[in-house]
Design a protein around this ligand. Structure first.
Ligand code: ADP
Ligand code: MG
Length: 239
């Protein structure tokens, strides 16, 4: 079981989109996925209501800092992966989610490169690591990368982040109509109509590459890791 959070203190960074394409791809591959919709704007919940039931995907809404650990404890025996979609904030819920995560993905737009929201999350992770003496694996994922952005421009961004010791995924999330329309139509990249959505196959390939790389970052055995046990004890005491 792995817990993967999408975090960026800024709204519009691409968290919800990345959460949805990652979660639905993992589910398509046969993993039982729980998406914890931890954003009061409930985009994933709205998508789920529009979509109706899909195999291997459960969406939990109304997540609070106190309920988050309990949702995980409650569902972990029948879940392969949790994907937590966070609000564009730096609050108690974001902090709690970062604390339980096996991997934090921080989407940063490849075009605009307003990385302040990402920097706030990186600071928060460092603070948690210092205070709680845990290590929180995290990676930046460049997103909304358009065909217009040159490879050189992206290499510069990657180099800048790498020079600060930040791991950046090789897989970038492209700017795709499919990733936008999925929230309007509901469903997944595999239920959408390829006649209507341009480059749907590319969007599917991109989602597959993202899921494969994220999975490759997870330690072989995560279940019952000391970090999670300590965290759950702390959370149970706090509640
Ligand atoms: N890869 C992408 N391709 C096309 N549109 C995208 C992509 N990523 C995000 N968007 C669009 O950008 C906006 C913000 O994305 P969203 O995932 O909701 O960000 P966040 O959850 O960080 O606020 C939405 O309108 C979404 O449809
Ligand atoms: Mg969002």
């Amino acid at each position: 079981m792995a817990i993967i959070s999408l975090a960026n203190a800024k709204g519009g960074a691409g968290k919800t989109t990345a959460a949805l394409i990652l979660a639905t791809e993992l589910a398509r591959q046969g993993n039982r996925v729980v998406i914890l919709d931890a954003d009061p704007q409930r985009w994933i919940t709205t998508w789920a209501e529009l979509t109706g039931p899909i195999p291997n995907v459960t969406v939990i809404s109304e997540v609070t800092p106190a309920s988050l650990p309990y949702h995980i404890l409650d569902l972990k025996s029948k879940t392969d992966h949790f994907v937590i979609d966070l609000a564009g904030a730096r609050d108690a819920l974001v902090t709690t989610a970062l604390g339980v995560s096996d991997q934090v993905l921080i989407p940063v737009q490849g075009c605009a490169m307003d990385a302040r929201g990402a920097a706030q999350i990186l600071d928060l992770i460092r603070l948690l690591e210092e205070k709680a003496r845990v290590s929180i694996q995290h990676s930046v994922v460049l997103t909304r990368v358009s065909a217009m952005v040159t490879t050189r421009g992206l290499q510069t961004i990657k180099g800048l982040l790498a020079s600060r010791g930040v791991h950046v995924l090789n897989t970038m999330i492209a700017e795709r109509t499919a990733y936008r329309d999925i929230f309007d139509c509901g469903g997944t990249l595999y239920t959408m109509d390829p006649q209507r959505i341009s480059n749907l196959d590319r969007a599917q390939e991109n989602a597959q590459a993202l899921a494969a790389e994220v999975m490759s970052l997870l330690p072989a055995r995560i279940v019952g890791s000391p970090k999670s046990r300590t965290f759950f004890r702390m959370a149970a005491k706090a509640a």
